[in-house]
Design a protein around this ligand. Structure first.
Ligand SMILES: Cc1cc2nc3c(=O)[nH]c(=O)nc-3n(C[C@H](O)[C@H](O)[C@H](O)COP(=O)(O)O)c2cc1C
Ligand code: SF4
Length: 442
């Protein structure tokens, strides 16, 4: 189904979805008919890098990879004139369960990513840039490689882009499909050929990233918004969204919803209205994971109050994250959902930090026991206590990303967990510790 163009009498933003429904839009000739590379010329090169960074700051664009960090500010941290090369690395790993927006962008409009990278590269003084793509995204890798070849042939990449004094090379790097390689320092390690394990920060990548040089890591969607902002200005971008969450954002929505898919909406749209736009909740809403699997779950009452922006969801002690929205209805079992989520995080732990390596696996095995009707009194409090211990105590936030679903699901849907415990006639007896030994998947 094509992306809706209007909603409740108003035109929906079209910053990122411009080629979603255009056949052959991944090809240069078609993309150019729709405005691709219109910034690559005087619009870009008449602006100084400093002016471009200020423009992006003024637009209020925030990183779309998960943390929502202001993009212009991040760019301003990258040192200039140090004699070292500056690298731009596009994070196209997209491993967060529920998130499927970047893969659509890359398959449908790879030239917009290249254009955004040229703009960003100009702002930061980058000569070499990488796109780090999850290895199994073959159609996207093909689309990107093809688009990059077309751009080189058209003089839009390589030496003296479009006759300017600016030169940029772009390489596509395939990851091997580990969720942790989406964390920016693990991604850099993997790009360099090492194990994809996060690094201690500081130093931050802006100062010492790829090959120990200043590096800016940005999400696909973040960079693809830049050409629109450059063409139309910061004020035009701010006509959507809220003061602190300006502009538009892609949301991937799946689960108990009428029309699952990827939608570009203004930030700040009320969550119930977004559900309506996406075809309405199927059945009676029980809850929703609003921003990717690590975002604390909301119950139905909270969903009714929520809006799709960073501050509203933070106010409900959850987060917008990568914009992956997963509503579930009253027929779904919160215990089964949490069991699946904790299995994922335990499996994806890179193993460097003891609280994460041991804690995520142990918590999952206890929840496994609960879900199989072998839970003991105190299991849920024990798992919550464990989550408290591995929240924010590790090198990267993966353990925290496991703690949040654990604490929110067991907190908001406690009766469902207690009902499982009640199924076990032996629940008051101590458990054989062998029951909690790592299983085959670890
Ligand atoms: C475990 C983990 C996985 C992540 N996966 C991704 C990912 O797949 N894509 C992404 O853009 N950011 C991901 N991030 C966030 C990145 O570390 C980083 O903040 C982001 O790429 C910065 O880009 P932005 O400022 O444009 O959002 C992940 C973070 C963590 C902790
Ligand atoms: S928190 Fe987990 S995934 Fe992150 S560095 Fe530590 S062990 Fe690895």
């Amino acid at each position: 189904m094509p992306h809706p163009t209007h909603w409740k009498g108003k035109e929906l933003p079209n910053v990122l979805r411009r080629l979603f429904d255009v056949p052959g839009g991944h090809r240069l000739a078609v993309a150019r008919q729709h405005g691709a590379y219109s910034t690559i010329g005087a619009t870009l090169f008449d602006k100084s890098p400093f002016e471009l960074i200020e423009l992006v700051k003024d637009s209020g664009l925030r990183g779309r990879g998960g943390a929502g960090f202001p993009t212009g500010m991040k760019w301003s941290f990258v040192p200039r004139g140090t004699g070292k090369p500056v690298y731009l690395v596009i994070n196209a790993d997209e491993g967060e369960p529920g998130t499927f927006k970047d893969r659509l962008l890359m398959a449908r409009d790879p030239h917009l990513l290249i254009e955004g990278m040229i703009c960003t590269g100009w702002a930061l003084g980058v000569r070499t840039a990488y796109i780090y793509v999850r290895g199994e995204m073959l159609p996207q890798i093909q689309a990107l490689n093809h688009a990059i070849r077309e751009a080189y042939d058209a003089g839009l990449l390589g030496e003296n882009i479009a006759g300017s004094r600016y030169s940029l090379d772009i390489y596509v790097h395939r990851g091997a499909g580990a969720y942790i390689c989406g964390e920016e320092t693990a991604l850099i390690n993997s790009l360099e050929g090492y194990k994809g394990q996060p690094r201690l920060k500081p130093p931050f990548p802006a100062v010492s990233g790829a090959f120990a040089n200043p590096t800016c890591v940005n999400n696909v969607e973040t960079i693809m918004a830049v050409p629109w902002i450059l063409t139309h200005g910061a004020k035009a971008y701010r006509r959507w969204g809220t003061d602190k969450s300006p502009g538009s954002k892609l949301f991937s929505i799946a689960g108990d919803i009428g029309r699952p898919g990827v939608y570009e909406i203004p930030l700040g749209m009320p969550m119930p209205e977004f559900f309506e736009l996406a075809g309405g909740v199927v059945g009676e809403l029980q809850g929703c994971i609003p921003g990717g699997s690590s975002a604390p779950v909301l119950n139905a009452e909270e969903c009714a109050k929520a809006a799709m922006d960073y501050e509203s969801l933070a106010g409900l002690k959850s987060m917008l994250g990568s914009g992956a929205v997963m509503p579930f209805n009253a027929t779904r079992d919160p215990v089964a959902i949490l069991r699946t989520l904790t299995r994922f995080y335990a499996h994806e732990s890179c193993g460097q930090c003891t609280p994460c390596r041991e804690g995520t696996g142990y918590a999952h095995r206890v929840l496994d026991q609960v879900a199989e009707g072998k839970g003991r009194d105190g299991d849920i409090d024990h798992v919550r206590d464990l989550a408290d211990q591995f929240e924010w105590t590790t090198i990267c936030p993966l353990a925290t990303a496991d703690a949040w679903p654990i604490k929110s699901f067991t907190g908001k849907f406690r009766p469902a967990f207690d009902a499982y415990l009640a199924k076990n006639p032996d629940r008051a007896k101590p458990r054989e510790l062998t029951q909690l030994e790592p299983g085959a998947f670890m």
